[in-house]
Design a protein around this ligand. Structure first.
Ligand SMILES: [Zn+2]
Length: 66
């Protein structure tokens, strides 16, 4: 089974100190994270947002150890 990746919303600047963390396989995580950013933070679904999200992804074993 492929290792999951996590995105921690604390690593993005937000007006409400959002601390959501999401973990999923890479292909599902990018969509879940973009939906969260657009619905919860009013971001636009752009290639730049997806790129920033991908860069913020960490392997689950690394994210959980932190
Ligand atoms: Zn958030």
């Amino acid at each position: 089974m492929a290792e999951r990746y996590c995105v921690d919303c604390r690593e993005f600047p937000s007006e409400n100190s959002c601390d959501v963390i999401m973990c999923a396989s890479e292909e599902h995580l990018i969509d879940a994270a973009v939906i969260h950013a657009t619905t919860a933070h009013g971001e636009k679904d752009t290639p730049e947002l997806r790129e920033a999200t991908r860069k913020a992804m960490k392997r689950e074993s690394v994210a959980r150890a932190a």
